[in-house]
Design a protein around this ligand. Sequence first.
Ligand code: AMP
Length: 207
Amino acid sequence: MHGSVILLGPPGAGKGTQATRLSEVSGRVILSTGDLLRAAVANDTELGRAAKGFMDAGELVPDNLILGLIGAHLATLDPNQGILFDGFPRTIPQAEALTTLCQIEMVLCIEVIDDAIVERIVGRRMDPQTGEIYHLVHKPAPPSVTDRLIQRRDDTEETVRTRLSTYHEQTAPLVDYFSSLGLLRCVDGGQDIDQVHADLITAMTDE
Ligand code: AMP
């Protein structure tokens, strides 16, 4: 069974950025359901066509589709490969299913207040060539790449507000769920990126 670490937190908490850095230092492979779904949409697969409407509306893709996607990806990995989940699980049924698929070592929760999230997400831009995430105000891209930056289609203010309420209704209950299993470790995601990274490393290595 794969050992796994889960990154939990609202949209825009910095899970993707921190996952990349944690993967570099821990050797764990990242499994991001958001990235896998966006690839499925871009490739116009059956899953992509089923998921697109939910994603554009800021709603969750149904659990059965997500669990099929996760199961298919886990099957391609060496069972000894450690995993870092980004954006999964997002519902209690997903979390319960995961406990049968992986050994969950810990859940790292990145906490950010709602007011900060909207500002962060609406200014978020990505360099499609490198995958690097920038922010119009807080992390401007170098002039050489500004022309090619793209904005995620679900990063508009209206969709962000729906994604946040979806998070509070369906995903935030996972905080108590994983806390009751003794797996939860929380860090303050309102700090600068390097400090959040340092706190995550401390949380990961604490006995
Ligand atoms: P993300 O990149 O993690 O913010 O995910 C983008 C969108 O993909 C979400 O707003 C959902 O519509 C969908 N999505 C990603 N992961 C999941 C998941 N575990 N369960 C349900 N929907 C998901």
